[in-house]
Write a protein that binds this ligand. Structure first.
Ligand code: SF4
Length: 335
């Protein structure tokens, strides 16, 4: 358990957590929880782009060892894999749970059930944190569950593990609740975002979201055991044929966020889901592509974080049909 009491406990005692949960749930009646602003009434079973209504869809809960070392540690990260998504990546490795809406319907949970599962991850499995994976469309339900979990004894740091296609208004409601943002920086081109993830404004939205996250939690802070307690980690998945815009994205990060920001450079791309039918995305990255990004990290002076070893492609493919942790790890520290 984290040595320092997370700030969400003070927010709970002050009644602020309850106020935020109510404000967020009210917004579901004309949903603007993520940047798509569908305007559907999710309280009355209205479905927007994410195919999700009033209740959170929780596809898998497990102790997860496949995250960065500061997140997984020795006891695992308490992963809560939400179902459905507000993006539609053609290469999504989690497509079994993110894009098969019918299969996810049976996995809806009330807030108190999610709260009890978080306590299970903390007390029974001894995880280092609670790691909400793909939470952007379930921010109200996440805060409702935390509100229920605090009086039950939840004290772990909370990780918001996101594609970064997040609304600033929703992120502001998470200030003081989330300790660690684990944020993707996927594209530097909206053309790629539109073509491969059905998002027309990814670049400006994700960049604004990452700046907001950084303003809330700042640089990564770890405890005596090297486990993250607070801060931002930016993940960058290298795509073949420079489709991730690594040069543009990482340069932006250094200049507009901070050269001290912690990065996680990922080489694990695999043409999952529909990607094998798209020529530009139908292969793993090459050694030359990997070296180019590794060199760039060096040139830009990014010293904090990790670069995933080459050859990780395929090793990270999860199977959400099986029990337990669907993944496994291989990373090297930057310095
Ligand atoms: S959370 Fe879902 S319904 Fe709400 S705006 Fe985003 S995609 Fe639309």
């Amino acid at each position: 358990m984290g040595a320092v009491e997370p700030r969400y406990v003070a927010l709970y005692r002050a009644g602020e957590l309850e106020r935020r949960a109510e404000a967020l749930v009210a917004r579901l009646s004309s949903c603007d929880i993520c940047p798509r602003e569908c305007g559907v009434n999710r309280l009355e079973n209205g479905l927007g782009f994410c195919h999700s209504d009033r209740l959170a869809v929780v596809s898998t809960i497990c102790s997860h060892y496949g995250e960065e070392p500061v997140i997984s540690g020795s006891r695992g990260s308490g992963a809560v894999f939400f179902g459905n998504c507000n993006m539609r990546c053609v290469y999504c490795q989690n497509h079994q749970i993110s894009q098969d809406y019918k299969a996810q319907q049976s996995k809806e949970v009330e807030p108190h059930t999610l709260a009890e599962r978080m306590l299970y991850l903390q007390d029974e499995l001894g995880c280092h944190n609670i790691n909400f994976v793909s939470p952007s469309h379930f921010v109200p339900q996440l805060v409702q569950a935390v509100l229920e979990a605090v009086p039950l004894g939840l004290r772990l740091p909370l990780v918001y593990n996101t594609s970064s296609y997040d609304s600033i208004k929703s992120l502001k409601e998470l200030d003081g609740i989330i300790s660690i943002y684990l944020a993707d920086l996927r594209y530097a081109s909206n053309k790629c975002g539109r073509k491969f993830s059905q998002v027309v404004d990814y670049v400006e939205r994700a960049r604004a979201a990452i700046q907001e996250m950084y303003s809330q939690v700042g640089d990564l802070v770890v405890d005596d055991e090297g486990i993250a307690q607070r801060g931002l980690i930016v993940r960058h998945l290298v795509l073949p044929n420079r489709l991730a815009g690594s040069q543009d994205s990482l340069t932006w990060l250094v200049h507009e966020v901070s050269p001290a920001v912690t990065v996680s450079i990922m080489s694990q791309y695999f043409p999952a889901h529909r990607a094998s039918r798209i020529p530009l995305l139908s292969r793993a990255i090459s050694s030359a592509e990997y070296s180019e990004v590794a060199r760039l990290v060096d040139e830009l002076g990014l010293e904090n974080g990790w670069v995933q070893e080459m050859g990780a492609s395929g090793n990270y493919l999860p199977d959400f049909a099986s029990e337990g942790d669907p993944f496994s790890p291989t990373v090297s520290k930057l310095k």
